[in-house]
Design a protein around this ligand. Structure first.
Ligand SMILES: Cc1ncc(C[n+]2csc(CCOP(=O)(O)OP(=O)(O)O)c2C)c(N)n1
Ligand code: SF4
Ligand SMILES: [Mg+2]
Length: 336
């Protein structure tokens, strides 16, 4: 184990990290009463952070599937206090909540204790429309966690492309046609790294996949909540409706997203990078294995698979920080 790795682990020795799935708490704080699709991995993300955070938690949720499907008329799965906030207001709502709690505690109106403040926002809500608010939240001194749950579309409004949609995917905004086979021509926005690099005071930023529950996703929630400052988690969430596959394959797609390297799985702890699934040292699976299982890529020709593979190869072989920092050829600055 390198010295840096030892330091990173040491930082969270009091966070009560899970050693495996059998050591995970049984009590649930997001339970029955929701109407998400069968196999919805975003629902698993909600369940996971609520389980880890426990009863002393308040949650705000931006508009999206995880608002609408979780608050159908007179039903809700939330055991902890939960508040809806507007699509772009995830960051502001978390700051308001955290500041309010601090003020009440200072005035002696509520006991001084750790209360977790968590906002969840989708890829469109956080990564596109609410980006400024989340940046603002990460510049505050407040103890709050932003969870970007990423199903790679505006799923709630019937699967429109967002800035985080995979290149080439069919959505209702980007259907394949007879003149243009590929309509979604943007490479996925690099949201977690962007937030980490742009906000040097942030104590903890991580990507995660709930397909690997205990040792990846849940422990990252534990670390984020223990870090004691603004923190951010970005999860990749297979979505049977938007990605067009049978619900039974959600976990396989999550696993393939990480093992092919199209989604980099890592943590940045006080500015230090730690790969969770280190594809600099392991063989990457062909990205076609991941893409061909999803109907949203059913229009792909061989050259499209090759193009995505070449871009993933570039991420891992040419980026300065593989899979994270898209700067190539070293960090030396060329002078005139
Ligand atoms: C300001 C604003 N713009 C657009 C909408 C319409 N709208 C509601 S939910 C949604 C999709 C949100 O997508 P995302 O944040 O990715 O969450 P998901 O639905 O995928 O869970 C949109 C466009 C809205 N409610 N408010
Ligand atoms: S559309 Fe996707 S994100 Fe929305 S509830 Fe269904 S599976 Fe979940
Ligand atoms: Mg979405």
């Amino acid at each position: 184990m390198t010295e840096q790795r030892a330091r990173n682990d040491d930082e969270f020795k009091d966070a009560g990290l899970y050693k495996g799935v059998h050591s995970v708490d049984l009590e649930e704080f997001y339970t029955s009463g929701h109407r998400t699709c069968q196999g919805c991995e975003s629902a698993l993300v909600m369940r996971g952070f609520a389980k880890v955070a426990g009863s002393r938690t308040v949650v705000t949720g931006a508009t999206g599937c995880m608002y609408v499907a979780n608050t159908s008329y007179m039903t809700t799965p939330w055991i902890v206090p939960w508040m809806h906030t507007q699509l772009a207001a995830g960051g502001a709502s978390a700051v308001g909540m955290a500041a309010g709690i601090k003020a009440l505690q200072r005035k002696g109106k509520i006991p001084k204790e750790k209360i977790n403040v968590i906002n969840f926002s989708g890829d469109l809500g956080a990564g596109d429309e609410g980006l400024g608010g989340i940046s603002g939240a990460l510049q505050t001194p407040y103890d709050l966690l932003i969870v970007i749950y990423d199903n790679e579309s505006a799923a709630n409004t019937d699967i429109q492309a967002s800035g985080l949609t995979t290149w080439g995917a069919q959505t209702t905004f980007t259907p394949s046609g007879s003149k243009e086979r590929i309509m979604q021509k943007r490479w996925k926005k690099n949201i977690a790294a962007m937030m980490a690099i742009g906000h040097p005071n942030v104590k903890y930023v991580a990507t995660a996949c709930a397909t690997f529950p205990a040792t990846d996703y849940l422990n990252k929630v534990k670390k984020a909540l223990a870090a004691g400052g603004p923190t951010l988690l970005h999860t990749i969430d297979p979505c049977p409706k938007g990605w067009d596959y049978h619900p039974r394959y959600s976990n396989i797609l999550g696993e393939l997203a990480v093992k092919t390297g199209i989604f980099a799985d890592y943590e940045i702890i006080n500015g230090r990078v730690k790969y969770t699934y280190d594809l600099r040292k392991r063989e990457r699976l062909p990205v076609k294995k991941y893409l061909e299982k999803q109907g949203r890529f059913s229009h792909f020709a061989e050259e499209d698979y090759d193009y995505v593979q070449s871009m993933v190869d570039e991420m891992w072989e040419e980026w300065e920080l593989p899979g994270i920092l898209p700067i190539k050829g070293g960090l030396s600055v060329e002078r005139e």
